[in-house]
Design a protein around this ligand. Structure first.
Ligand code: GDP
Ligand code: MN
Length: 380
């Protein structure tokens, strides 16, 4: 789950990370009321879950009181990267002397938690990573130490971002707090871009971005209210409601599998034979044929699908129920791509018998299915 800048900043302040105050408005009049109370100049910032709001006209410094209304109106009317701006953050403007990038995230490739820093902040870090990879600094920490980091150990890293020793010390202190926040909220990312130095030499988080692990939300009642449905994938939410785990990917082979481990093994096998999965889909342990119909609908919403591979290892799941679900799907809507089915385990014979005489391709091993799917999936 992504959270908004104003929400991230609320958490920053709770953890002692300096971030400018502010209030959120949903109308231009509310923005005026906030700015009047706060005093000018203010910055009005679109609250949408995308980067590069500044470039898109979603971040404006306003110095004149009579301009707050029109600027807020303009920003509230924007759609940035397909997301409507429904809220703006009105926050005191600060003088920026220096902009730095600082984040903590899970680096799956390195199997580590890592701080990423760059002395040239403010701009999109992905660009700098491409053009000047040597400017991107890393500092790995272990999960055990992350909640209680040692400031002294972080100082060398912070000193590469800030020449001034006082500012480096402030940044190191901030990193300790970021580590604690990251662990305690089950985040996969805490990003400050820019982390700035103001005209008094203070180090302040001027922007904030956080991602929370969805699977940990059950233990964060305090964060549930932060969810913004605008930026959730509707299919993934529908799948969750139906008791399916569904993640969209960008390949051509739709996958329907029972069990998360088997789903991953299926995706690996498809990759191994040169194919690319279009989704991760775990239909779960039960075998309600209705779930299979919903699963097909989800998969087929993707226009890039060229073939569907059904891989069922029946334990609690009964193969005949899956077969019934597949047949019901074929009746309910025209499935425009070939379906390759591997059904083994409980009631395998009954399942196969139901599919006999149909146009469906059945296979007896995952390898055979993956090879066939990869072949069709890579046709252009
Ligand atoms: P993003 O474009 O979505 O990452 O939004 P940011 O919050 O990072 O803002 C983009 C840019 O706007 C920053 O890099 C700053 O240069 C500028 N900006 C944001 N807040 C302020 C502020 O309080 N004062 C000044 N002078 N500039 C600001
Ligand atoms: Mn930013």
């Amino acid at each position: 789950m992504k959270i908004h800048e104003y929400q991230a900043k609320e958490l920053f302040r709770q953890y002692g990370i300096p971030a400018p105050d502010g209030a959120v408005a949903t109308t231009a009049d509310e923005a005026v009321a906030i700015a009047t109370k706060m005093g000018l100049p203010v910055v009005i910032k679109a609250q949408v879950h995308v980067g590069g709001r500044g470039k898109a006209g979603g971040v404006k410094v306003v110095t004149e009181k009579d301009q707050v209304k029109s600027v807020a109106e303009k920003i509230l009317a924007l759609t940035i990267k397909d997301l409507p701006v429904r809220k703006v953050l009105v926050t005191p403007a600060v003088v920026i002397k220096k902009e730095v990038y600082l984040s903590i995230l899970i680096d799956r490739g390195a199997r580590a938690i890592v701080f990423i820093g760059c002395a040239d902040g403010g701009v999109e870090i992905e660009e700098t990573a491409k053009t000047h990879p040597e400017k991107i600094l890393r500092h790995e920490v272990t999960a055990t130490e992350c909640a209680k980091l040692d400031k002294a150990k972080l100082l060398p890293f912070a000193s590469k971002l800030f020449d001034d020793p006082k500012q480096a010390a402030a940044a190191a202190d901030m990193m300790v707090k970021m580590g604690k926040l990251f662990m305690e909220k089950d985040a996969s990312l805490v990003e400050i871009n820019p982390l700035i130095v103001d005209d008094k030499g203070e180090v302040i988080a001027l922007d904030g971005k956080m991602m929370i692990d969805d699977n940990a939300l059950f233990r964060h009642d305090e964060l549930i209210g932060y969810r913004d449905m605008d930026s959730e994938d509707q299919d993934e939410l529908d799948a969750k409601d139906a008791g399916l785990s569904f993640i969209r990917l960008d390949g051509t082979i739709g996958c329907m599998v029972n069990g998360a481990g088997l789903a991953m093994a299926t995706m690996d096998t498809i990759k191994h034979f040169g194919g690319s999965p279009a989704n991760f889909l775990d239909v779960g342990g039960s075998s309600d044929p209705k779930k299979v119909v919903i699963a097909f609908k989800m998969i087929l919403k993707d226009p890039g699908i060229k073939v569907i591979l059904v891989n069922i290892f029946g334990g609690i799941t009964r193969c005949d129920d899956i077969a019934k679900g597949i047949l019901a799907s074929m009746q309910e809507f025209n499935v425009p791509v070939p379906i390759i089915i591997r059904l083994v385990g409980t009631n395998e014979k009954e399942g196969r018998a139901l599919l006999e005489g149909t146009a469906l391709t059945t296979v007896t091993s995952l390898e055979e299915g993956a090879v066939k799917a990869a072949k069709i999936g890579s046709l252009t």
